[in-house]
Design a protein around this ligand. Structure first.
Ligand SMILES: *Cc1c(COP(=O)(O)O)cnc(C)c1O
Length: 375
């Protein structure tokens, strides 16, 4: 049995008629930039998050960059974020002119370790970017306490966590502003690059809306130099169709996660922790295990595709050698980068496929243990 890590074609087949009709509408109306498809999606996605404003953006990285910039963050400012994320999070800080300050991750949740935020705060700190990594919300009540105490902005990186909740409140409304990616593989994915900025701050929403469109409110009236990073009509139309399925797809992801836990029970695979009150949306199902690389290769031989999110923690990337970080600065992120493995996860994954992945994983792990015992 061959099992893909994610199967976007399978999902497309389930909504093909609706998508094709909508794409046809956009093209026949030539509603490529701006227009009703974009406005409708922005309205619907803000409602989905229970937020007031949504500004569609070209991609999630730009959403972060524009949010930081619109909050006034720039040269001389420090922004704190998690040592284990996708580079877009820290890249956006550098793009804004600010300096990124990494904080290690929590050994249980893999999200930013809230006990290590305060020691990282300096006179220059202006903001915290908690990342709701893998679909699990970060510890926002602590982040909010710290931000209030030191007068810092909170920018949620919710790129992996569309619809995730803390005590039934959706991510996207815990900070000053939240950023989403609709990269095709995300829980809500476009058919190309797309992203969004979500906020309850009207002035900030207006500032972001100008910034993504060359600093203009109306054509050729530019208040400042912005960028060109708009959500386009085709992507907005696709996203509007898919948004209606998102809650159902999230339920399936959660059901798949529960099946993984059930089929991996008693094995030497460490499953993600679940906490009461946290609505994890399982963008990824990330386990930890010894001998990760060998086990991953063996699974590949048996037709099972897996991923690593991420193989090198941010502070140790070539891009950040100039910061001079050592493994002992971020021991958890450093250790986990060698142990984590993302198992296939998507709503259309079927129970027998999950059972097969788990059976193969147990078998590969057992063989390894027998070999080690005999060595
Ligand atoms: C995907 C992702 C981004 C960036 O999104 P793009 O749309 O690819 O630019 C930012 N942060 C995290 C955590 C992500 O997973």
């Amino acid at each position: 049995m061959d099992i893909a890590f994610i199967d976007l074609k399978k999902q497309y087949r389930t909504i093909q008629d609706e998508i094709d009709a909508k794409v046809h509408d956009v093209i026949s109306e030539a509603a490529f930039i701006g227009g009703k498809y974009v406005r409708n999606f922005e309205y619907d996605f803000a409602r989905f998050c229970n937020a007031q404003y949504c500004v569609g953006v070209g991609n999630g990285t730009d959403a972060l960059y524009i949010a930081l910039r619109s909050l006034g963050i720039g040269a001389g400012d420090e922004v704190i974020t998690a040592a284990n994320s996708f580079i877009a999070t820290s890249e956006a800080v550098t793009m804004s002119g600010g300096s990124v300050v990494f904080v290690d991750c929590d050994p249980q949740t893999y999200n930013i370790d809230v006990d290590k935020i305060e020691p990282a705060i300096t006179q220059k700190t202006k903001a915290i970017i908690p990342v709701h990594l893998y679909g699990q919300p970060a510890h926002m009540s602590r982040v909010k306490e710290i931000a209030a105490k030191y007068n810092l902005f909170i920018i949620e990186d919710a790129s992996q966590a569309h619809g995730a909740t803390i005590d039934n409140q959706r991510v996207g409304t815990f900070g000053d502003v939240a950023c989403f990616s609709f990269y095709p593989g995300k829980n809500l994915g476009a058919y190309g690059d797309a992203g969004a900025i979500v906020t309850n701050n009207e002035a900030l929403a207006r500032q972001c809306r100008m910034a993504i469109n060359h600093g203009s409110t109306e054509k050729y009236n530019h208040r400042f130099e912005g960028v060109n990073s708009r959500l386009d009509g085709l992507q907005a139309a696709v996203l509007s169709v898919k948004l209606r399925y998102l809650e159902d797809w999230t339920k399936r992801r959660c059901a798949n996660a529960a099946l993984y836990r059930q089929f991996l029970k008693g094995s030497h695979v460490i499953c993600p922790t679940e906490s009461t009150g946290l609505g994890h949306v399982y963008h990824l199902f990330v386990v930890r295990l010894a001998g990760r690389d060998k086990i991953r290769a063996a699974l590949k031989q048996r037709g099972i595709a897996t991923g690593i999110h991420y193989p090198i923690a941010l502070p140790f990337l070539d891009a950040y050698v100039h910061l001079g970080h050592r493994p002992s600065d971020f021991p958890v992120a450093h250790q986990y980068a060698a142990e984590i493995l993302s198992l296939p996860m998507y709503p259309e994954l079927e129970i027998d496929q999950i059972e097969y992945v788990c059976a193969q994983l147990r078998d590969v792990q057992k063989n390894r243990e027998v070999m080690q015992a005999n060595a």
